[in-house]
Write a protein that binds this ligand. Sequence first.
Ligand SMILES: NC(=O)c1ccc[n+]([C@@H]2O[C@H](COP(=O)([O-])OP(=O)(O)OC[C@H]3O[C@@H](n4cnc5c(N)ncnc54)[C@H](O)[C@@H]3O)[C@@H](O)[C@H]2O)c1
Length: 437
Amino acid sequence: MTRREFVRLGAGAVAAVNATLLAPAALGAESGPRIRFAIVGTGIRGCDLLRSAQKVPAGVCVGAADLYETRHQAAKEAWGGEIATTRDYRTLLDRKDVDAVLVATSDHLHRRVVLDAVAAGKDVYCEKPMSHNVADGLAMVEAVQTGKRIFQAGSQRVSSILYAKAREIYQSGRLGDVHSIDAKWNRNSPGGAWIYPVPADASPQTVDWASFLRDAPERPFDPVRFFRWRLFRDYGSGLGGDLFVHLLSGIQFITGINSPAIRAYSSGGLYHYKDGREFPDQLETVYDYPEMQVHLHCNQNNNDGDEGIAFYGSKGTLLVTGKTVTFTPQDIAPRFESYGWGGMTAAQRQQGADQFRAAHPAPPPALDEAESYTVPQGYDDTADHLANFFRAVHSREHVMEDEVFGNHAAIGCHLANYSYFRRAVATWDAATKTIKG
Ligand SMILES: NC(=O)c1ccc[n+]([C@@H]2O[C@H](COP(=O)([O-])OP(=O)(O)OC[C@H]3O[C@@H](n4cnc5c(N)ncnc54)[C@H](O)[C@@H]3O)[C@@H](O)[C@H]2O)c1
């Protein structure tokens, strides 16, 4: 499954690259009883989770809750079979035969549902961004740890075979010293800007509006707010919560960083989608971590370049895009650099060249080999992420993307939004676990 390609390096050099197709592992083939799970929130993501869960033999869905009546049928179709459905998720938490709960509600209700699920003794998979604000995340971490529950945040790339390969290359040290990471995720369509359909049957009869507004300010029924909640700060978290958290989770996983940034500065604006939304459609944030600068930028008005994370090291660059990881070595073999001698006499130049040759008698070492890895067509990292969660529920061992990891990635979103809305540098105060600035 390996083929050779060639990549161009800086200074005109060309290197061979081995391109390999990655092989997914079996999903939950191990023995043991199937984990019985219920799902809360069966909208776009909840239905995706159910479709992916069908591929994971270690789990079986036994119930689904959603505030919009018609989504009960959508949940059954996504799971591909009959399941108990309800508007009130607490009836699912009361069931003794439910081991675990998947939470895929709008961001502002993650805390409420997770705390109730933990109090009922359930293990929890909660969609990203784990929290809607810093206080929510801290409360969730404490509840999960006190209740000794298994928790996994839902940024599925952390379980992807592609990201595992990127982590392996990064952790091998082949990049040299890495102090700069640049990540982006760009879109250019109404759907990419969260203009989702508002169904014709949406009404106060089919939607439990009061439950949606729990932990949010009171308002008259508004189907646009219910179905396009990402546009509004009371329920969503903007590009920071939607896309930055995925990028930051990937960065945390690959580098091993598991702490919030020290500070962040955001710039951006609402340039195109002036439809009453409260978040920018272009956002850039520069984060300072110890010894590392991370630059994230997301755009909803031009999708050139799409999605990718680049890790810039002194010996090479690692690029992770949607389906491919590429390592490209930097050609840093010592060579006589004539540029700096341009302002010297011919004799001085000659002397410099002679000294260089004397100091470097051996030919330069061969360039490290470039590598590229691709996931097979149709690879589903969400299925792998669910499999990891079910495995942990069974084994009681922590997953990589546990409550602490998920909380740190979500704090990255909150730092970005804090800075954007206040037009100030946001600083993480580790002593008080608050954002200042
Ligand atoms: N991991 C990913 O790639 C990914 C992708 C998309 C969305 N998400 C996350 O998933 C979550 C859901 O996003 P979505 O796009 O599916 O939104 P959505 O609006 O399509 O669905 C959310 C559903 O949650 C239901 N809900 C809200 N509160 C509820 C409650 N108290 N009880 C029962 N149901 C409740 C709503 O009725 C709605 O149907 C968000 O946090 C989002 O950030 C993650």
